[in-house]
Structure formats: C-alpha cells, structure tokens
Write a protein that binds this ligand. Structure first.
Ligand code: GAF
Length: 363
C-alpha cells in the first residue's frame, strides 16, 4: 500500500498576506502527516492514530454529516469535494498518522489535508495537476471545514523543497524555491513553541481578513496586494478608520519585506535578513495586533541573546516564534527564552530547531 507524507511548515516571513493576494516565504518541516488509502465495501471511513474513534459516513454530502469532528472533516472533506467536482468516489478507508504538533501554528491541518489529497489522487489515479491539487486542499479547509485561511500552508506542504524556502505569489499561486542554506551560513532557525493558548484565534483571524477586504474595497483595489509600498501614504490618507489603516500598513509593508528577503536570499545574503524578520514581528505586534505577551517575550529574549532576527510565525494569538540564530549562540538563546518565560510566570516553552525539508511525497 502506498503511504504518502505531507509536512507541516514554518513561515519565514509574510504573515496575513496570503489572503490579500500577496507574497509569502514559508518552508516545509521534517515532521508531517502520513496517509494510506484502501478500498472497502461500503461508505467512507477515516481513522487517525491520534484519535480514539474512527469516523464512518455514507457517501453523501457535507450537509448530511454535520457531526463529523474537525480532524475527520479534513479527511472526508477531500472525498466530498471530489464528488462535488464530478468524480465518482468509491467506498474508501483512509488512515492518517501525524507527528506535527497540534495547536502550535505549524500547520498540522495542512499536513493532514495535503497527505490525504495526494494519497487519494494516487489511489484513484485521478492525475490532478499542481493547480488542481492545491485548489482542492485549500477548498477543503475553506469549504468543508469552514476555516477562512489563505492557502499558504497547503501550498508549501505540497510543493516545499529540501534546503529551500518557497516564494509564493498568492494571486497566481506560482511558486519558486529560494535557497535557504542555513548550514552553509552557520545559522540555525530556532523555534520556540510558546504553548500560549490560542484564545480567540479563529474569530480574530476572520476579523483581520474581513478588515483587509473592507480596506481594499474602500481603496478601490481588488486586494491589498495592489497597494504598493510607494502608494502606501496616499492609501492611508484615504482611510478614516485607524484600525483599517493599521491593517493596510501591515500588509503592504509585509509584502515589501517578503520581496526584500527573497532578493537577499537569491543573492546568497542569508545573514542579512534578520532586520526584516524583526520588523515583521513589530508590524504584527503594533499594527496588525496579533501577538500575545508570550510571543513578544520570546522574540525579545532571542534578540537580546544574539539572534539576527526573530518573529512570530503563523496566524498569531499564540503559537511559535522563530529566531535566526548563529550556531554558536543557540544554547544561550534557548536558555535566555526559558529564563525570560520563568521570570514572567509563563509555562515552560518547547524549543527545537527547524530545517527546510521536502513537500508531499511517497514514503
Ligand atoms: C494561518 C493561515 F492558515 C494561513 O493561510 C495564513 O493566513 C497564516 O495564518 C498567516 O500568515 O496559518
């Protein structure tokens, strides 16, 4: 039986730009979710090594299965949406098993849906092309699960490449691997899982997205990607609402930072990207307002301990922080974060390193 794996991700830079048709620069992690598909006699069955009970449904639609838990909607949603697209999907059993931490902002859900999509496409011999695979994974999250996310996580889980970050244009969905030679630069991406609870994350994410769409409407552009850094002051002057102004400033400057980091990486100047990472964090903290005290504390501690740059990664309101740290300073940086958390009375963070790994593939 063929076993597919799809990875979680770290976003190096470009936060909340994907649903504004903008730019992102994530990389795939070594941890991932595996999926195996087999035939059965009747209905569709989803089982997970991380869940006690399998879920079995008949082959009807989403509306007929309102009680399916979220993890199984990611699995069965693939089949529901294929039926929607006119595919005759036979009775199937899908088994998944993941080592991506959940609730840490490392895209365990993208790993799940991407592994299932690749495994189902393979099992049924559908031959979906890159664009169709991506559209299906994104639609499962948006339509079958109901999370209004922007597609970055699925794109990098499908297309990540070892040793590279993935530059993604989220309007065209074109992607290009960009070298991220950490070892050759004696640098480490140190990840701090703050384990801060994701309070209000879902509602706040949707509110940011709606705010950005409203700002684009008021500015008369299809999406905030169409406001360039050169247009920013003029655009801000045309908005009355201070909150919308802050959203626009974050998205426009963040797109610009992604482009500047891509330029530096293309030129082999990895050790120079730190200031852009730190500026991205400041923009998320002060303008987009999606950080929490734990992530701000981790960023400050990493920078004070010698990180070249540090930022929260992912949707926000908790989750992980990354620091770009010289290899020689990694232990001290980790200690600095632990001690800052203890001083602030936060729970113990989890620390690990991350290297750019391959996207979805057969194991
Ligand atoms: C989450 C979403 F799933 C992504 O689409 C993206 O918007 C990210 O938050 C913020 O950059 O991971």
């Amino acid at each position: 039986m063929t076993r597919w794996i799809a990875p979680g991700r770290i976003n190096l830079i470009g936060e909340h730009t994907d649903y504004n048709d903008g730019f992102v620069l994530p990389f795939a992690l070594a941890v991932g979710c595996t999926a195996v598909v087999s035939s059965r006699d009747d209905g569709w069955a989803a089982s997970s090594a991380q869940e006690a009970d399998p879920v079995v449904v008949d082959r009807t639609g989403l509306d007929d299965a309102p009680d399916v838990p979220a993890w199984a909607r990611y699995v069965l949603g693939v089949l529901w949406l294929l039926v929607d697209r006119g595919v005759d999907v036979p009775p199937l059993a899908i088994e998944v098993d993941s080592d991506v931490p959940t609730g840490a902002g490392l895209s365990s859900s993208a790993a799940l849906v991407c592994s299932v999509v690749r495994a189902v496409d393979d099992h049924l011999g559908l031959g979906l092309d890159d664009d169709a695979l991506f559209a299906l994974t994104r639609d499962v999250e948006n339509d079958a699960v109901g999370a209004p996310t922007g597609g970055m996580d699925q794109l990098v889980s499908l297309r990540g490449l070892e040793g590279h970050a993935l530059f993604c244009d989220m309007r065209s969905n074109d992607t290009r691997p960009v070298p991220l030679d950490l070892a050759g630069s004696d640098l480490t991406v140190l990840v701090v899982d703050t384990r801060a609870p994701h309070t209000h994350a879902d509602g706040e994410y949707g509110a940011r997205r709606r705010g950005c769409e409203e700002a684009a409407r008021l500015l008369g552009v299809p999406a905030l990607r169409d406001v360039t850094a050169a247009d920013l002051d003029d655009a801000l002057a045309r908005l009355d609402d201070e909150e919308l102004r802050r959203y626009v400033r974050h998205v426009v400057t963040e797109d610009d930072r992604v482009l500047s980091v891509v330029r530096l990486l293309d030129e082999g100047r990895l050790e120079e990207i730190g200031p852009a990472l730190t500026a991205s964090h400041a923009s998320m903290r002060d303008d987009f307002r999606i950080t929490v005290p734990e992530v701000d504390t981790a960023v400050d501690a990493l920078l004070a301990a010698g990180a070249l740059g540090a930022r929260m990664t992912g949707g926000g309101f908790g989750g992980c922080v990354i620091g770009l740290v010289p290899d020689a300073d990694v232990d001290a940086a980790g200690e600095a974060v632990r001690s800052a958390f203890a001083d602030a009375g936060f729970g113990e963070p989890d620390l690990f390193t991350a290297a750019p790994s391959a996207g979805a593939r057969v194991l």
